[in-house]
Design a protein around this ligand. Structure first.
Ligand SMILES: [Fe+2]
Ligand SMILES: [Fe+2]
Length: 526
């Protein structure tokens, strides 16, 4: 099909979907404890439920009010395939199932066998996986809790590296099946059973934006023990399309993904999620070829699946110099992003605590607090990031919920005014159990769960932030409305949702005070 000396690259619609044991890979599936609990308490249950009543799942998937729920979006004819995946999961996840059982017992002992006395007896009979990887302690309010030594858990079978791999295919459009309730059967895809740390992902990433001689593509694939013609259906000799015409100070790639560049050539990319495709009739967007050849810093705001997108991070790993993440609490619901990214092959990962900063003369990055939006769970892996570039300051506050506006009065005294604010307005988020349910040692009651939602700010709270920080521009972003996000977001795309109503109120409030404001969507160049 190609001559040996043809210069080829990957077509834009090419998708490399990272998968762990048949499920779309997201951070909680990689970290060992959360991965085990999601496999056992979520995936196995969803698959068992689908096998028992596929028609119930089919109806639920067609019901808008149940969007994002634990329902498999596959026809009943796929029951045998799901049964096979379930059996395989139970065989391969015996360590994970033991761990989940032991953890539940340990949690129950923490509650029933402690009363302010020494906790030393709890170290007996912990089970093979947990023994030596746990410490018990009393919380400040006197209840018993435990912390797992995550670094050691990565060295056990709990870390599912051997079942990591990817599905390669051409996307027909922006829509992909919802990732968190439907397994990836991968019937019409090419599968590469290589763990995410493997250099093939760097090669695939480079091939999106650089041309390679066809003979070199084949020899690299051979070197990786892959079929040399594996990529043939996805290659093209056409020119690489670049849409960037201006030298912008910042550029919006969709959702919470923003690139900030300086006149001196430094760059920061926040919460990377890049769409590789631009199907006819859909909205315009920036893509991989619109990024700089080298990204100095990737900065992550928090460990939710729409902000830490492994698929995009792997595609960019070859050109990322350093990743900056918030520091984790060490709690069960708060796995370390730093450890996870290191295990995924990122060599230079730095975690920063509150008000820590780094950078150089023309660019500094500083971690500021990020309140709420995590269902009141013990999570510290969340920062809003203050970036100073060429003398201008930008605050990327992601889904921060301004529960306590005084926070920003205090911060203003320390960091001074902020020129440009980026803030989400997901003011009615999912209930806490949507993300953290599989990790809870005790199920939350329905009413408590509904009250502990993953809510961001609404317009009034958001505007108080603008006032305290004396912003001159304020952008609503991270709304999850770009069509290429539908596989990880379950948002209603209508224009009159409460989130959009609040976004418009915020924009109006800003404009009334002479503050430039937009609700970002698709792409934006400033
Ligand atoms: Fe979030
Ligand atoms: Fe978000």
């Amino acid at each position: 099909m190609f001559e040996e000396t043809n210069a080829v690259h990957l077509v834009e619609q090419f998708v490399v979907e990272p998968v762990v044991l048949g499920w779309y890979a997201w951070p909680h599936l990689i970290s060992p404890a959360t991965g085990a609990l999601n496999m056992v308490n979520k995936h196995i249950k969803i698959m068992e439920s689908f096998i028992e009543a596929p028609d119930v799942h089919a109806v639920a998937c067609r019901t808008p009010a149940l969007r994002g729920g634990p329902f498999v979006d596959l026809p009943a004819s796929e029951v045998p395939a799901i049964r096979k995946l379930l059996e395989q999961t139970k065989i391969l996840c015996s360590t994970q199932m033991d761990f989940a059982r032991s953890l539940r017992e340990i949690s129950s002992r923490c509650e029933k066998e402690t009363s302010g006395y020494s906790l030393e007896d709890l170290y007996n009979d912990l089970g093979d996986t947990i023994d030596g990887c746990i410490e018990f302690y009393y919380t400040d309010t006197g209840s018993c809790n435990f912390r797992l030594i995550e670094t050691l858990l990565y060295e056990t079978n709990l870390y599912m590296e051997s079942v990591q791999g990817s599905h390669l295919y051409i996307a027909e459009g922006d829509r992909r099946e919802f990732a968190f309730s439907t397994p990836r059967l991968g019937k019409e895809v090419v599968k590469i059973p290589l763990p995410f740390k493997h250099p093939i992902y760097d090669f695939l990433g480079k091939m999106r934006t650089s041309k390679f001689k066809y003979q070199d593509v084949k020899s690299t694939l051979s070197e990786y023990n892959c079929e040399p013609t594996l990529l043939d259906p996805y290659l093209t000799t056409k020119p690489i399309v670049q849409r960037i015409k201006t030298k912008a100070r910042w550029r919006y790639f969709g959702h919470a993904c923003v690139l900030v560049t300086t006149a001196g050539g430094s760059s920061v990319l926040l919460d990377p999620i890049i769409s590789g495709i631009s199907p006819k009739g859909s909205i315009d967007r920036f893509s991989f070829s619109d990024l700089p050849d080298k990204i100095d810093y990737v900065v992550i705001t928090h460990n939710h699946a729409d902000h830490v997108v492994i698929e995009t991070l792997l595609a960019l790993r070859h050109c990322i110099d350093c990743i900056i993440v918030p520091a984790s609490s060490g709690g069960l619901c708060d796995p370390s992003l730093k450890l996870m990214l290191q295990k995924l092959g990122f060599n230079n990962v730095i975690s920063l605590g509150t008000l820590d900063s780094l950078g150089n003369n023309d660019l500094t990055i500083r971690s500021l607090p990020f309140l709420g939006e995590h269902g009141d769970v013990d999570v510290t892996t969340k920062s809003s990031w203050l970036i100073k570039a060429d003398g201008r300051s930008y605050l990327f506050a992601a889904d921060s919920n301004n529960i306590s506006p005084t926070l920003y009065a205090r911060l203003h005294k320390i960091v001074g005014p902020v020129d440009v604010l980026f803030l989400g307005m997901e003011c009615i988020g999912a209930p806490a159990s949507w993300v953290y349910g599989p990790l809870f040692m005790k199920a939350l009651g329905r009413e408590a769960d509904q009250s502990r939602r993953l809510n961001g700010s609404e317009s009034e709270r958001a505007f108080k932030l603008v006032e305290h920080l004396k912003c001159t521009e304020a952008y609503v972003y991270a709304m999850g409305r770009e069509p290429w996000l539908s596989f990880i977001m379950s948002v209603d795309e209508a224009d009159d949702t409460e989130q959009m109503v609040q976004g418009k109120l915020f924009k109006k409030a800003c404009e009334n005070k002479g503050i430039k404001s937009e609700i970002l969507f698709g792409q934006y160049d400033s």
